[in-house]
Design a protein around this ligand. Structure first.
Ligand code: PLP
Length: 384
C-alpha cells in the first residue's frame, strides 16, 4: 500500500499496541520536521543534553557513568556491548527466559565469545540460586547478561537481586532494559549495573533510530582494546563523543530532535514514576477487559510488567489470530503476534502514547470483533 503524503496535521494513524515502534504523540513526530547539520554546535548541544538527561533518569550522573548513543535499534546496542565489553579471554553467563536472552547467545556465538547459560521456563522468573551456583563453580565467567522485561512473555526479571549476586562474585553486569528504562523507576548504581541498554522508541516514546547504553566509566575505560567489531565498538563511540561531542558516523538527526521532545514530554508527565503509573493503569484495564471475553494471560499474576501483556489464544474453535488481527486493524487497532515457544499466543503492548481511554476503545473494538467472529455472544456478555 502506498500512503501518499497529504500535508502536515491531518493524518489519522492507527493506534499501535506493539512493543516498538509504539504510538507517539504528534508533537514528538513534528519535532523532527527540521534539517540540522551533523557536525554542528546545535546538534552537539542536543546530544549533550540528551546524554545528561538519560543519566539523571537512571539515577546517576557524569560522576561515574556515561550515556552513549548508538545508531540502530536495541539489538545493535546489545551486540555492541557484547562485542566490546567482554575481555578477550572472557566468558559470559547469559541468564535467559525468552527470545531476547536467546538472541544474545546468538551474538556471542557469532562473535566467538565463550559463554554459558542459566535458562528458566518462559513463564518462570530467573532462578537466582542457579545463577549463584554457576558463578561459584565457573571461575572463567567475567560477565553476566540478563533481560529486564523479557518481552516474549512480559515477565519482569529480578535484575536488582541478580545484580547483588553478580557483584558478590565481582563480575561485570549487563542488563537489557530495552522495554523498561524510561518507564520503570530504577537506579543503575543501586542495581549494580555496569552496562544498561535501552532504545529511543520504547518507554521513552520517541521514534525508532538509535539505542542507548549507560556504562560505568571505570569499567568502560578498561575496554579500550577489547573490540571485536569496528563500527559498533562502544569504546570508540564514547571516545568520539568525549573528543568532539559528535557521533562517530552520520547521526540520526531527526530522531534526536524527536527524542529531545520525548524527554520533555516525559518530564511534563511527571517523570518515570508517573509514566509507570499510566502504563500500569493501561495494563490493569486491559486485563480486566480481556477476562470478560474469556482470554487468559500467559503469566501468573505478579510476574508481568506493565508494558506488554501476553495472552493465550481464545479456546473457542472460531478464534483465529490472523482474522482477529486483521479485523482489529480494520478498526484502527494494531496488536502484536506472540513468540512463546510452547503456546499459541499474542501480545498487546500498553507502552507508548496510550491512555486508559485508548484501552477502552481497544476493548470495545475487541468485543466487536469477537462478536463478528462468533467467538462470543453479545447477549450472553451483557448478562454476565
Ligand atoms: C527485551 C528486548 N530486547 C531487545 C529488543 C531489541 O529488538 P529490536 O532491535 O528488534 O528493536 C527488544 C525489542 O522489542 C526487546 O523487547
Amino acid at each position: 500500500m502506498n500512503h501518499k503524503f497529504n500535508g502536515f496535521g491531518n493524518w489519522k494513524d492507527k493506534i499501535l499496541f506493539t512493543p516498538g515502534p509504539i504510538t507517539t504523540s504528534r508533537s514528538i513526530k513534528m519535532a523532527m520536521m527540521r534539517d540540522i547539520g551533523s557536525r554542528d554546535s546545535e546538534l552537539r548541544a542536543i546530544v549533550a543534553d540528551i546524554r545528561k538527561r538519560l543519566l539523571k533518569i537512571g539515577g546517576v550522573s557524569k560522576n561515574g557513568y556515561e550515556a552513549i548513543l548508538l545508531q540502530g535499534s536495541g539489538t545493535f546496542a546489545l551486540e555492541a556491548v557484547i562485542a566490546s565489553t567482554v575481555p578477550p579471554t572472557g566468558k559470559v553467563l547469559f541468564v535467559v527466559n525468552g527470545v531476547y536472552g536467546r538472541r544474545m547467545i546468538e551474538m556471542a556465538k557469532t562473535l566467538k565469545i565463550e559463554y554459558c547459560v542459566s535458562e528458566s521456563q518462559e513463564n518462570a522468573l530467573t532462578n537466582i540460586e542457579a545463577v549463584e551456583k554457576i558463578l561459584q563453580t565457573d571461575k572463567k565467567i567475567t560477565n553476566v547478561a540478563v533481560v529486564h522485561c523479557e518481552t516474549t512473555s512480559g515477565i519482569m526479571n529480578p535484575v536488582k537481586e541478580i545484580g547483588e549476586v553478580v557483584k558478590k562474585y565481582d563480575k561485570i553486569y549487563f542488563v537489557d532494559a530495552v522495554t523498561t528504562f524510561g518507564a520503570t523507576p530504577m537506579n543503575i548504581k543501586d542495581f549494580n549495573i555496569d552496562y544498561l541498554v535501552a532504545d529511543s522508541c520504547k518507554c521513552f516514546e520517541g521514534l525508532p533510530g538509535f539505542s542507548i547504553i549507560i556504562a560505568l566509566r571505570k569499567e568502560l575505560i578498561k575496554t579500550k582494546d577489547y573490540k571485536r567489531v569496528y563500527t559498533y565498538d562502544l569504546f570508540s563511540q564514547w571516545q568520539e563523543f568525549e573528543a568532539t561531542g559528535d557521533f562517530r558516523f552520520t547521526p540520526p538527526t531527526h530522531i534526536l530532535l524527536a527524542f529531545q521532545q520525548a524527554l520533555n514530554e516525559l518530564e511534563e508527565e511527571g517523570g518515570v514514576e508517573e509514566r509507570a503509573i499510566r502504563y500500569k493503569a493501561n495494563a490493569d484495564l486491559l486485563i480486566e477487559g480481556m477476562h470478560k471475553f474469556g482470554f487468559r494471560e500467559y503469566l501468573f499474576p505478579g510476574l508481568r510488567s506493565s508494558v506488554i501483556v501476553s495472552f493465550l489464544h481464545h479456546d473457542h474453535p472460531n478464534f483465529s489470530y490472523d482474522k482477529f488481527y486483521l479485523l482489529l486493524k480494520e478498526r484502527g487497532q494494531v496488536i502484536y503476534r506472540g513468540s512463546l515457544s510452547n503456546y499459541p499466543g499474542f501480545r498487546i503492548a500498553t507502552m507508548g502514547r496510550i491512555f486508559p481511554d485508548d484501552i477502552k476503545v481497544l476493548i470495545n473494538a475487541i468485543e466487536d470483533v469477537l462478536i463478528e467472529m462468533k467467538v462470543i455472544d453479545k447477549n450472553k456478555l451483557k448478562n454476565a
